[in-house]
Design a binder for this molecule. Structure first.
Ligand SMILES: [Zn+2]
Length: 203
């Protein structure tokens, strides 16, 4: 049985206070900080972020990454889909910035893909894999310069399924380098409008 499946079958607990029930619980939802300001990184048409990446948000996203909390994905996807409703021109499809192969193998899933697929359900848009990640260097093991100038971090797939306005989903945006690299890869394949939607942004 996979970790994800096991996770879905177990009774849920709030990752912030440990209380059994909704993830996060109603009381803790009020403690998760909303994001205050969002600037779009290079190549990105608009960036929508829902939460400030600090305090309880870090705990929530750590639960998502390291314990496979599918209930966290479901809650995040609802608030992310609500937040992105007003962007123009409206996206007609959704993709994600894939995590490295090493991380995907270790966790058994790609949290960006899980978020993208769940947001797609709420927005009723097709969700397609469109990017391949180059190499397997971990963001944390790279210099600031490398992170800010990622070069060819992503390659578009050979036959992109759509070329209309796209929404790229990721879990966290810190320097903006990853989402920017994803946007430029999609632009290189003929997509001219690249919106980004992330659960959390560094304040
Ligand atoms: Zn709680």
């Amino acid at each position: 049985m996979t970790a994800m499946l096991l996770d879905a079958l177990l009774p849920t607990r709030c990752p912030l206070c440990g209380h059994p029930g909704p993830v996060p619980c109603r009381a803790c939802r009020k403690t998760v900080p909303p994001v205050r300001w969002v600037g779009a990184p290079s190549g990105v048409t608009t960036l929508t972020a829902v939460l400030a990446y600090e305090g309880p948000t870090r705990t929530l996203l750590a639960a998502l990454k390291y314990r496979g909390a599918t209930a966290v994905v479901q809650w995040l996807a609802v608030i992310m889909a609500e937040a992105v409703g007003a962007v123009a021109p409206l996206p007609v499809w959704i993709t994600w910035a894939p995590t490295s192969r090493v991380r995907r193998t270790v966790r058994g899933f790609d949290q960006a893909e899980l978020l993208a697929r769940e947001v797609g359900v709420h927005l009723q848009l097709p969700v397609e894999a469109s990017l391949n990640r180059q190499g397997s260097q971990h963001q944390t093991g790279r210099s600031r310069s490398q992170r800010l100038h990622p070069g060819h971090m992503f390659q578009p797939v050979p036959h992109l399924p759509h070329h209309g306005p796209v929404l790229v989903v990721d879990d966290v945006c810190t320097t903006g380098a990853t989402i920017s690299a994803a946007a430029w890869a999609l632009r290189s394949a003929g997509v001219s409008v690249v919106h980004a939607l992330v659960a959390a942004r560094t304040p």
